[in-house]
Design a protein around this ligand. Structure first.
Ligand SMILES: CC(C)(COP(=O)(O)OP(=O)(O)OC[C@H]1O[C@@H](n2cnc3c(N)ncnc32)[C@H](O)[C@@H]1OP(=O)(O)O)[C@@H](O)C(=O)NCCC(=O)NCCS
Length: 175
């Protein structure tokens, strides 16, 4: 997979990307509302190895793409198909120094295009902690519908956390 947007290219991971994954996900503010803890180098290598393996699975259930700007990886976005493979949950992250420039929105929009037009999914959904407004804002900006505010539905980093749920259907994407 390779998708070009106005400023970015989304591409498949390569082994060496663990260095950027480490640079981004060793920062506590990046993983604050994610289930994983900060990565050390070994965890970043292991994560990328896992991505490379899952990318070869047939049918493919996990799609994780490097977001690149001028050929340099600045983040990642991806999705995972559920028990019903016509649906998937998405995610995105951008290195802190480059946040606030619309890159996550541009990448997430490209991912949705890929999900609906290439993979032919029916529904893509995403969730975020209400204390993570930039994530909610990205999902709003790409046109996902806010569907729910779940209360203390997930236990992350020692506390029960709420989730805002967003989703888009293929029919909504086509509109
Ligand atoms: C969420 C994340 C990917 C956003 O990346 P980004 O490239 O900065 O996103 P964008 O620039 O496309 O959009 C961010 C929006 O959030 C808004 N925003 C940022 N901080 C905000 C805050 N504290 N309150 C309200 N809105 C905020 C920005 O103003 C912007 O909206 P606007 O265009 O209407 O002004 C990035 O913050 C990140 O990597 N966070 C850590 C990982 C994470 O939490 N990922 C989401 C879980 S899937």
């Amino acid at each position: 997979m390779r998708v070009a947007t106005e400023r970015l290219v989304l591409r498949e991971f390569v082994e060496d990307d663990w260095r950027t994954v480490y640079a981004i996900e060793s920062q506590p503010e990046v993983v604050r509302y994610q289930t994983n803890d900060v990565y050390d180098e070994a965890a970043a290598r292991e994560y990328v190895q896992g991505i490379l393996v899952s990318a070869r699975e047939v049918p493919r259930l996990v799609f994780d793409f490097a977001i690149t700007l001028d050929g340099v990886m600045i983040g990642r976005t991806g999705m995972k198909r559920g028990d019903d493979p016509r649906m998937a949950s998405l995610w995105f992250e951008v290195m802190p120094e480059l946040q606030g420039k619309g890159y996550a929105t541009e990448a997430a929009r490209a991912l949705l295009g890929y999900a609906f037009e290439e993979v032919k999914l029916h529904r893509v959904y995403g969730d975020c902690d209400p204390r993570n407004p930039s994530s909610a804002r990205v999902m709003e900006k790409v046109g996902m519908r806010r569907e729910a505010h779940l209360v203390q539905n997930v236990f992350i980093k020692g506390e029960w956390c709420d989730s805002l749920m967003f989703a888009m259907l293929a029919s909504e994407w086509r509109r």
